[in-house]
Ligand binder design. Structure first.
Ligand SMILES: Nc1nc2c(c(=O)[nH]1)N[C@H]1C(S)=C(S)[C@@H](COP(=O)(O)O)O[C@H]1N2
Ligand SMILES: [Mo]
Length: 444
């Protein structure tokens, strides 16, 4: 859409992309109120009148243009994953294979295979090696008796539990950082809440006998390194012993009642809910207990580590004084309406649905605003199916007239921490961005 701002004709998108400050000055004016021809132009750009334009603050790019476009394919459209049984996931990267679930496909209480995001760091191991009868898991390191167990032995020797567990990539929300950081430009869709069946890691570790010297895990999987080098792991992360001993940290062999699909780590994976998804080692072959912080691929420096003190956004750091990223911060998604949806003229209420979660904590509240943050309506937030499951939320908001709206949604965790207005605690690899989300909705 082309607009006339002063002497130049440019789209609002172009104007903001090329010179955000100038775009802002043109669109909002010095005093920060959208008015006159600028208001009309903005309305034309977003495709309708803006009933709450008076609340739009200078410095806020309309959500219609601001939302991360994810991986843009050749036609400017997100590239779509093509994989049997998978839904319309956004293909972020082909090698290694990485795909994000758009928020509106996360409308199921329990995430199906079709809508489960994919994150690989290396190659996908051969299908043949996933024969569950041949698969063995080794437990060694700082234990009294190293163990090697088949999947069948795991299932018969230890109590089997089934839980709904959230798994979220440590980089979820990365695209919301400014300046941009390296890594997959996830929106909010690197999250799942499937039903997992397996045994508790702590039961298995206790069977091996945890030595007092053990303070950390180190985990290994069967996926080859991207380069094909056999002496390098695609990823090998570890966690503090306390998390390994949590009753919800599982070695799983079924997802949603079925054997785990190959791409999600068959026949055996770890499920470490609430902490970075990278800990949930797929194609799991070995867990070693360490007497120090594990030093495998994906550990140390700026990998899955965050600054203790804020750093200047865009600056460099070797991460020496960073700390391990552990419990993930509070976040919410909107699943009832896709960003950019158009609703029939005359629609005067939105029935909204979504999910919210907060790492090891629970969610106390979800609030929604349709007037650019001037007023907020509290949603109903359901209890989690069990600890470490996400929480579904629902609610209704009224709309005064047709036009362009932004549904702003934000969650508050059980400790009172809220999603911030902008991604905070910038770090070089872009972990933990959880700002308030905004979905553009056009009525009429
Ligand atoms: N063996 C192995 N496990 C892995 C990975 C990997 O590349 N290899 N990626 C990790 C990361 S970064 C995430 S976010 C989750 C994603 O799991 P999913 O692909 O089943 O969604 O798996 C984790 N486990
Ligand atoms: Mo991840």
């Amino acid at each position: 859409m082309t607009l006339r701002f002063g002497k130049t004709e440019r789209s609002v998108q172009e104007l903001y992309r090329d010179d955000p400050e100038r775009g802002d000055a043109v669109a909002f004016g010095r005093r920060g109120a959208l008015k006159g021809t600028a208001l009309a132009a903005m309305g034309a750009a977003v495709g309708g009148a803006i009933p709450f334009a008076g609340n739009m603050s200078s410095g806020t790019l309309p959500a219609l243009f601001a939302r991360p476009a994810a991986a843009q394919g050749a036609g400017g459209q997100p590239a779509v994953l093509r994989m049997d049984g998978k839904g319309q996931l956004i293909l972020l990267q082909e090698r290694p294979l990485v795909a994000e679930t758009p928020e509106h496909l996360l409308d199921e209480a329990v995430t199906s295979y079709a809508n489960h995001f994919i994150r690989n760091n290396g190659q996908v191991p051969e299908v043949g090696t996933a024969d569950p009868r041949a698969w063995r898991l080794t437990i060694d390191g700082e234990v009294n008796t190293p163990l090697t167990l088949t999947v069948g032995e795991l299932e018969s020797r230890f109590p089997v539990v089934t839980r709904q567990l959230q798994m979220e990539c440590g980089g979820n929300g990365r695209a919301l950082f400014s300046p941009q950081t390296r890594g997959n430009q996830w929106g909010n869709g690197a999250i799942s809440n499937a039903e997992w069946t397996g045994v508790r890691l702590r039961d298995v570790l206790q069977a091996a006998g945890v030595k007092p010297s053990a303070i950390f895990t180190g985990q290994f999987g069967a996926d080859p390194h991207l380069s094909g080098a056999t002496d390098r792991a695609a990823i090998s992360r570890g966690m503090r012993l306390a998390k390994a001993m949590d009753e919800d940290t599982l070695i799983v062999f079924r997802m949603n009642g079925q054997p785990i699909p190959h791409i999600h780590g068959a026949p055996l994976r770890l499920l470490v809910p609430g902490w970075p998804g990278s800990l949930s080692q797929k194609w799991l072959t070995r867990i070693t207990l360490r007497d120090r912080i594990h030093d495998g691929a994906g550990m140390g420096g700026t990998s899955y580590r965050i600054p203790q003190r804020p750093m200047v956004p865009g600056s460099n750091s070797n991460g020496a004084d960073f700390v391990e990223m552990e419990s993930m911060p509070v976040r919410s998604i909107l699943s009832s309406h896709a960003h950019g949806s158009r609703l029939p003229a005359g629609t005067r209420a939105l029935d909204l649905r979504g999910a919210a979660w907060a790492g090891d904590d629970s969610v106390r509240a979800v609030h929604v605003s349709v007037d650019f943050g001037a007023t907020w309506t509290e949603m109903q937030v359901a209890a989690p199916a069990n600890r470490h499951a996400w929480q579904r939320w629902t609610g209704r908001v009224a709309l005064p007239s047709d036009g362009y709206y932004e549904v702003w949604y934000r969650a508050t965790d059980s400790q009172g921490r809220m999603q911030p207005h902008a991604a905070a605690n910038w770090n070089p690899q872009g972990y933990g961005a959880n700002p308030i989300s905004r979905a553009a909705i056009l009525v009429g």
